[in-house]
Design a protein around this ligand. Structure first.
Ligand code: UDP
Ligand code: MN
Length: 642
């Protein structure tokens, strides 16, 4: 803490000294005023913190402190320059208190429908300078889930058992490495954050849990300030670090990792609920091989009802050619013992466990990534290519809250695309062209702005990482590799309709019907006809043009090296696309609509469609010279020429 001394020197006037002190006091009050306001607004929340006759210690987070215990990580890893200590507010949790079972009421006392500022980036500069912003405080915050429902649910609820039966009899080594559970949060709701913390404390064996490390990513919501510090100071084994600058998931986790004391880092979102026995199987896999990165099976907490829905299938993580992450359902295993075996996973989501030193050795997260998005894909590729592996552990279960939309705003619409560009430029080698063709927005950003990945490429060289071809041949062998031949790939434009082929809106893309809709130009309508004469659709390339009666639909493409004549097509010079089995041509059938009328059939299309939307779409018809049977592939971008 800073102390002020007014030294008595004969030539200094005492009056000047008095005014100086007064000025400093005024500045200090102005500076802290929002925090005080905040504290009183949320005094009700603090009442719900564990009490046990304990007087609150002085609010530690009002002091600018740096935790002197840990000065960064081990193994020569230096935290990126943007994580300087002077930007951190650390609230040490020192109060001796009960670790669990505080019997806290679930409700946090926060007023329903309370109006709070949106987590806009424009306000962050003010925050970083130590001023709470008022801009947008009147704006209603869009809720990403139903907080009122969450508030009515105990912090200590026990979700229904979701592990396969064979897990319950598994025994784990008692001398496993210790874990630091890192929970980054930005403006998380009180109830979901507290339920996350308590569920870890309630389920993780004390001997394996070194600490829960909360990292506040410059939150603005009042309950996350003094009330949270007070609450956390009562929990044994929970530490809270605050960043005075918005770091995003990447920076926040890197900060948490640099401060963690456990052997293994477990990254959890701030809205999770852990099942009994979730931690031990993760630690055991890492103890067996420090380069294994492991994930629980993610169960789903419904954002509307807070119902806990168990994931019954065997799943693994994958990403597509647009660099979007998916959980992929694997075929059922008949042998119950096989259902509990670790599942090799080409990628993992955000919740995972990783040996702390291995994490630092392979370069943590990419600090060039902004705020949120695809940092998990970058880590996944790097882990696999640079000496590690990834697994989903069926006996470890963690519930994750499914939100209606992201709970925070990104600086601009291009944030995720820019992060994707970093992945493509660093890791995809020549395969990045496949990505850019399916994500033309990213391509145009890449053309207009340079993204400096040299540090990451250097890291790749230093670590001696393998190339992306190796990843495709050894890790995600099932990912279809598009050929994107000139003239046979791009948006499939219909001359008669002036629209592009698209899957029918409102229908599931798989097993759904094909249609035409306005050409998007963003790569979402990209498809290709490959040398096997399949027309492949979608960013995974796993859906194929198929015929169901006279309708053109999408169905799962056959496995590699197998072709079904039903799925084969050829495009003629005159633009006709012929179905090889029936020798019919694809025709776009579209009902014309006029303003005001619900559906008015002006043309013969309309007559044919008879005003029924179900009769619109792509159909097989006897081949003719009708322009609605004329198609051509429009390649939107050609990354090779840039
Ligand atoms: N988060 C953060 N800073 C950000 C964005 C997110 O600390 O700028 C936190 C967020 O509170 C959550 C975790 O990072 O605990 C992952 O974010 P989110 O849950 O929104 O990601 P998703 O589950 O949608 O992948
Ligand atoms: Mn989340």
């Amino acid at each position: 803490m800073m102390t002020l001394r007014c030294r008595h020197r004969p030539h200094r006037s005492p009056l000047l000294c008095f005014w100086l002190v007064l000025l400093l006091v005024v500045i200090a009050v102005l500076f802290m005023d929002p925090l005080f306001r905040d504290a009183s607004r949320h005094a009700a929340i603090a009442r719900h913190a564990p009490t046990a006759g304990h007087r609150w210690p002085a609010p530690a987070d009002l002091e600018l402190l740096v935790d002197s215990r840990d000065q960064g990580g081990e193994g020569g890893f230096r935290a990126p320059a943007f994580l300087r200590d002077d930007q951190l507010l650390v609230a040490p949790s020192s109060a001796p208190a009960e670790r669990r079972g505080s019997g806290v009421a679930a409700r946090d006392g926060r007023r329903r429908g309370e109006v709070e500022p949106r987590a806009g980036l424009s306000s962050l500069a003010g925050k970083a300078a130590g001023r709470a912003t008022t801009s947008g405080e009147a704006a209603a915050r869009r809720r990403a889930f139903d907080e009122a429902i969450s508030e009515g649910i105990s912090f200590h609820r026990r979700p229904p058992e979701s592990r396969p039966a064979a897990c319950l009899s598994q025994q784990y080594n008692t001398s496993l490495p210790t874990a630091t559970v890192v929970v980054c949060f930005h403006d998380e709701a009180w109830s979901t954050l507290l339920r996350t913390i308590h569920s870890v404390l309630d389920t993780a064996p004390a001997r394996h849990l070194r600490e829960v490390l909360l990292v506040d990513d410059c939150s603005e919501r009042g309950h996350l300030k003094t009330p949270l510090s007070k609450y956390v100071s009562k929990l044994k084994g929970v530490r809270l670090i605050r960043s005075a600058r918005r770091l995003g998931v990447v920076g926040c986790r890197v900060l948490g990792a640099a401060r963690a004391l456990g052997d293994v880092l477990v990254f959890l979102d701030s809205h999770c609920e852990c099942q009994q026995g979730w931690l031990e199987p993760l630690l055991e896999r890492i103890a067996g091989d420090r380069s294994r990165v492991v994930s629980p099976v993610m169960d789903v907490i419904d954002g509307r009802t807070f119902r806990y829905n168990a994931t019954r299938d065997l799943i693994r993580g994958v990403f597509d050619w647009k660099l979007d992450f998916h959980w992929e359902v694997l075929p059922k295993q008949k042998d119950p013992l096989k259902t509990v075996e670790p599942i090799r996973s080409p990628a993992l989501a955000g919740v995972l466990a990783i040996d702390r030193q291995f994490f630092q050795k392979i370069g943590a997260y990419d600090p060039g990534m902004v705020l949120w998005g695809v940092e998990n894909i970058e880590l996944s590729i790097r882990v696999w290519l640079c000496g590690g592996s990834m697994e989903v552990i069926p006996c470890s279960r963690v519930g994750h809250l499914e939100q209606f939309h992201p709970s925070f705003t990104l600086p601009d619409d291009d944030t995720v695309e820019k992060n994707k560009i970093r992945v493509a430029e660093t890791w995809l080698d020549a395969y990045k062209n496949i990505f850019y063709k399916r994500n033309t927005v990213a391509f145009f950003i890449w053309q207009s702005e340079s993204s400096n990945c040299t540090e990451r490429v250097k890291l790749q060289k230093m670590l001696g990482c393998k190339n992306f071809q190796w990843y495709l041949s050894n890790v995600h062998q099932d990912l279809y590799i598009p050929q994107d031949r000139q003239g046979f790939s791009g948006e499939l434009y219909n001359v008669g309709a002036g629209y592009c082929a698209d899957h029918k809106k409102g229908w599931a893309p798989w097993d759904g019907a094909m249609d035409v809709s306005p050409c998007s130009g963003n790569g979402n309508q990209h498809c290709e006809m490959n040398s096997l004469k399949e027309v492949r659709w979608g960013p995974m390339g796993q859906l194929c043009f198929d015929a169901k009666g006279d309708r053109v639909v999408l169905s799962q493409c056959p496995p590699k090296q197998q072709t079904l004549t039903r799925l084969q097509w050829s495009i003629l010079k005159n633009g006709q696309i012929v179905h090889l089995l029936t020798e019919k041509c694809i025709e776009a059938v579209k009902t014309e609509r006029s303003p005001g009328a619900e559906k008015v059939a002006h043309s013969d299309w309309g007559k044919r469609a008879n005003g029924k939307e179900a009769e619109e779409g792509l159909f097989l018809r006897p081949c003719s010279s009708d322009p609605r049977q004329q198609w051509h592939f429009e390649q939107l971008v050609d990354p090779r020429r840039s």
